[in-house]
Design a protein around this ligand. Structure first.
Ligand code: LLP
Length: 420
């Protein structure tokens, strides 16, 4: 939950909306740097770029020593474009890029092999297919420990209902494929979901140590373990920020136990997406209509779920501020905030399952600006062209300066794909 906007920040957002138009994504580099600094202790912080994959954000991460996780061919090419390099041979454990997935489509496989990007395999088929064409290729194993946890069922990535990872009981089989195919095992990885709590963390750490024992018993070696991502941020008022030092302490203890099993030092990785970028971003939209239908009061803005999908997809809560066009104080009113799409689910104030919720907000007028907070993660990166709406612009603020890091897409660019 963000602090109240300072007058200087309000003025900056008004200026950016006037200059670039709305809707608009605005990120603050200082917040990203502060979150990176809070993750001390981990040998590697690997940004799950699916949360926010603009190459300028990736460059900022690289400059701060953060590595990157890519989950598609496009994300691998983005990381390369942002200047990341791939570690090979003994250096593979330090690779700037790791590719994580549960399958390898043919085009991605050839890109991965050409650049020798280490692969974090979530299925045994991936190991077979990779081993066939790229002997010696460095691999991690993404394991499903048999349980998971997430802020929504859609973000729980562990347990037998999840498609993710190699099932923990099949680790022996995966190790046998690695040996037979001559692949190089770098480490074990576990990501059980997005939105962690410490109760689950203890279980995950314990499961990781048990799986390291299996590697040892199979006579194989590894150099690293990865805690995955999943660190939450306080979206709601009164929510507590995650205690990153405590988080590190728990994983460091697991690492030490794993080291005593394997007999040498192991690198410890963390792979956050949301934590690094969510609070750095806002979505700016303009109020274009205000109406009352029966007992419900609506504020309609020029951004829809094609821009910010989280409320419609998960019932996610995002704090909102109103910047009144006339600068005057407004009284509060119970309000539903919705967008322009021709679909009833295009509502930013809703619970999971599509239940529309009203929220106390300052009474809006056409021409006011609405600031939707904590949208730096899974905002722009989940946007679509639904209703033939072009992708919107992104701006990065850094201290006193601001720069356009993605221009608005044009309708001509959309139509060009269909000119055959
Ligand atoms: N590592 C792996 C293998 C993942 O699958 C994910 C997220 C992460 C790391 C980063 O998780 P984070 O630290 O951001 O929680 N669109 C949803 C979140 C989906 C997360 C998918 N995997 C949302 O808006 O909440």
């Amino acid at each position: 939950m963000p602090q109240a906007l300072t007058p200087a920040r309000e003025q900056q957002l008004r200026m950016l909306a006037a200059r670039h138009g709305t809707p608009l994504w605005v990120y603050d580099a200082a917040i990203i740097r502060a979150r990176i600094a809070a993750l001390k202790g981990f040998d590697t912080v690997r940004f799950a770029q699916k949360a926010c994959s603009n190459t300028h954000i990736l460059r900022l991460m690289r400059e701060q020593g953060v590595k990157v996780d890519s989950v598609s061919r496009g994300e691998v090419l983005r990381a390369l474009a942002a200047g990341y390099t791939v570690g090979t041979g003994a250096d593979a454990v330090h690779s700037g890029i790791v590719f994580t997935a549960d399958l390898l489509d043919r085009e991605t496989l050839s890109t991965i092999v050409a650049h020798r990007v280490p692969v974090n395999a979530g299925s045994i088929d991936m190991l077979e297919q990779l081993g066939e064409v790229s002997p010696g290729h460095p691999v991690w194993l993404r394991l499903n420990p048999g349980f998971g946890h997430g802020h929504s069922n859609k973000t729980n990535t562990g347990g037998e209902h999840s498609k993710h990872g190699i099932w923990h009981e099949q680790l022996g089989e995966a190790l046998a494929v690695i040996a037979r195919r001559g692949l190089t095992l770098i480490g074990l990885h576990m990501h059980i979901g997005s939105g962690v709590d410490y109760a689950h963390l203890g279980r995950v750490c314990g499961a990781m140590v048990e799986l390291v024992r299996v590697v040892r018993a199979a006579g194989q070696d590894l150099q690293a373990i990865s805690a995955g991502g999943g660190l939450s941020i306080p979206y709601q008022a009164g929510g507590e920020p995650i205690d990153t030092a405590h988080y590190f302490t728990l994983w460091d203890a697991a690492r030490k136990e794993a080291e005593s099993v394997i007999g040498h030092r192991l690198a410890l990785e963390l792979e956050p997406g949301r934590y690094l970028v969510a609070e750095s971003g806002v979505l700016l939209a303009e109020v274009r209509a205000v109406k009352t239908q029966g007992r419900q009061h609506f504020l309609l803005v020029d951004a829809g779920f094609n821009e910010l999908m989280r409320p419609a997809m998960y019932g996610s809560y995002h704090a909102m501020s109103l910047l009144a066009a006339d600068g005057r104080e407004r009284s509060l009113r119970s309000t539903v905030v919705a967008g322009p799409l021709c679909e009833s689910g295009d509502v930013f104030t809703q619970a999971e399952g599509g239940v529309v919720l009203a929220r106390e907000l300052p009474q809006a007028e056409v021409g006011d600006l609405l600031v939707i907070h904590d949208t730096g993660a899974y905002g722009a990166s989940m946007s679509s062209n639904y209703n033939s709406r072009p992708l919107i612009a992104e701006v990065l603020v850094d201290g006193g300066s601001d720069r356009l890091i993605r221009r608005r897409q044009t309708i001509e660019e959309l139509l060009a794909l269909e000119v055959l």
